[in-house]
Design a protein around this ligand. Structure first.
Ligand SMILES: [Zn+2]
Length: 402
């Protein structure tokens, strides 16, 4: 007969009371849960927190390590261990843990030997919806509406092409978000995301986004089937403060006379990373007269972008090199004819400079043959929102009737 003590404390007390430790007494099994503190290996933690030690412990570690490299375990990782106390040297029965990528890893030890296993935890997809309106901040309102915090950056990124979240969002603007959750068989949430659909009104302007598989990859499109991601970033810096706008007739701050300013100046601290506005090929990355350190990128279509007065270039950035949108290409500086650290940024369309802040950014559309299945998916998402909103209204009616 096995006596199972869930309470470790009691188990350990019994261990210290040696009188019971005779061969005739029932085997006592102790179950313990603990988590890894920083700097500890699993073996060290077990030695510290349980009476286990010696070769059985290392045998178990060896078997586990074959299933999951134990050096990958992170601070805070939780474990379950059970062991028997037949004599003064306890015997491991089982050690188990769950990996961040939803596998269950365990080792069982018995008279017959050691067996370790790694199995995928069965997860179920479930759609959840967060609907709300903005009160004090978008962040707080989204959390209040039930959106998991880890999805908020993704939600903001979706619309960052079309909305300036620091200025264009105000109290009363609304949002709807459908996102995926992964549940285990106990109904416990194991994972959040991705966002499947989202809609907001920003200053009354409605915007929407739907996740769709294009045949090559998942991307987000608005209800008309236009990609939300534009082929060029509006601003190639995270720190954005426009210090001088595009102006075909401007008095030059250094030269004094009227000279067109055919780009946008962004004030930013020296060393601020500069991102490639779009996928493309570097046409030049070198010193270029009054522009100082200068990069020009050729994009698809008839667009080019240029970046001037750089402190320096990112590693590997040179003419002929292919870059991805958002890739860091250089750093803000004040080389060339410049009065202080800033990025002078130009967009060229068909060989002519255009206003980077006003140019209509090139759009990517879904291919026609994908449009029907996309629209079908959109209507399903919209129907889900309508049902959810209906429920909320009914609930509010019930409350006010009370
Ligand atoms: Zn400039």
């Amino acid at each position: 007969m096995n006596t199972l003590y869930k309470t470790t404390f009691l188990g350990l007390l019994l261990l210290q009371n040696a009188a019971w430790a005779s061969a005739d007494l029932p085997e006592i099994i102790i179950e313990q849960s603990f988590s890894l503190s920083s700097g500890d290996t699993l073996a060290e933690a077990l030695e510290e927190k349980t009476p286990l030690k010696g070769s059985t412990l290392y045998g178990a570690m060896h078997a586990l390590n074959k299933k999951y490299r134990l050096s990958r375990l992170k601070n805070g990782q939780s474990f379950k261990v059970s062991y028997a106390l037949p004599e003064d040297s306890p015997i491991i029965k089982n050690i188990s843990f769950e990996t961040p990528d939803h596998h269950s890893v365990s080792v069982n030890m018995s008279k017959d030997g050691i067996t370790a296993s790694k199995e995928k935890i069965k997860l179920f997809e479930s759609k959840s919806i967060a609907i709300g309106s903005i009160d004090s901040s978008l962040y707080k309102s989204a959390v209040d509406a039930g959106l998991p915090e880890n999805l908020i950056p993704a939600f903001i990124n979706l619309f960052s092409w079309d909305v300036d979240f620091t200025r264009e969002i105000r109290k009363g603007d609304t949002f709807k978000i459908t996102y995926m959750q992964m549940l285990d068989s106990d109904g416990k949430i194991r994972d959040n995301g991705p966002i499947l659909a989202a809609a907001i009104t920003a200053r009354g302007k409605p915007l929407d986004a739907y996740r769709f598989f294009t045949g090559a990859k998942y991307d987000y499109f608005n209800g008309k089937g236009e990609a939300l991601r534009k082929s060029l970033l509006r601003t190639p810096l995270d720190v954005v403060r426009v210090t001088s706008h595009y102006n075909p007739r401007r008095k030059h701050p250094v030269l004094g006379y009227t000279k067109a300013h055919k780009g946008t100046d962004f004030g930013a601290p020296r060393g601020t990373p500069i991102k490639a506005s779009g996928d493309g090929v570097i046409e030049r990355a070198n010193r270029y007269g009054s522009f100082g350190n200068y990069i020009k990128i050729r994009h698809t279509g008839s667009y080019k972008t240029a970046y001037a007065h750089l402190k320096g270039f990112a590693r590997g950035i040179r003419a002929g090199k292919r870059v991805k949108q958002g890739q860091i290409i250089g750093y803000v500086g004040t080389t060339g004819r410049s009065t202080g650290p800033h990025l002078h940024y130009e967009v060229h369309k068909n060989g002519r400079q255009v206003n980077p802040m006003k140019v209509a950014l090139p759009k990517t559309r879904l291919p026609k043959k994908k449009l029907a299945s996309f629209k079908g998916q959109v209507s399903k998402m919209v129907a889900l929102w309508n049902t959810e909103e209906q429920k909320t209204i009914q609930l509010a009616d019930q409350k006010s009737a009370l």
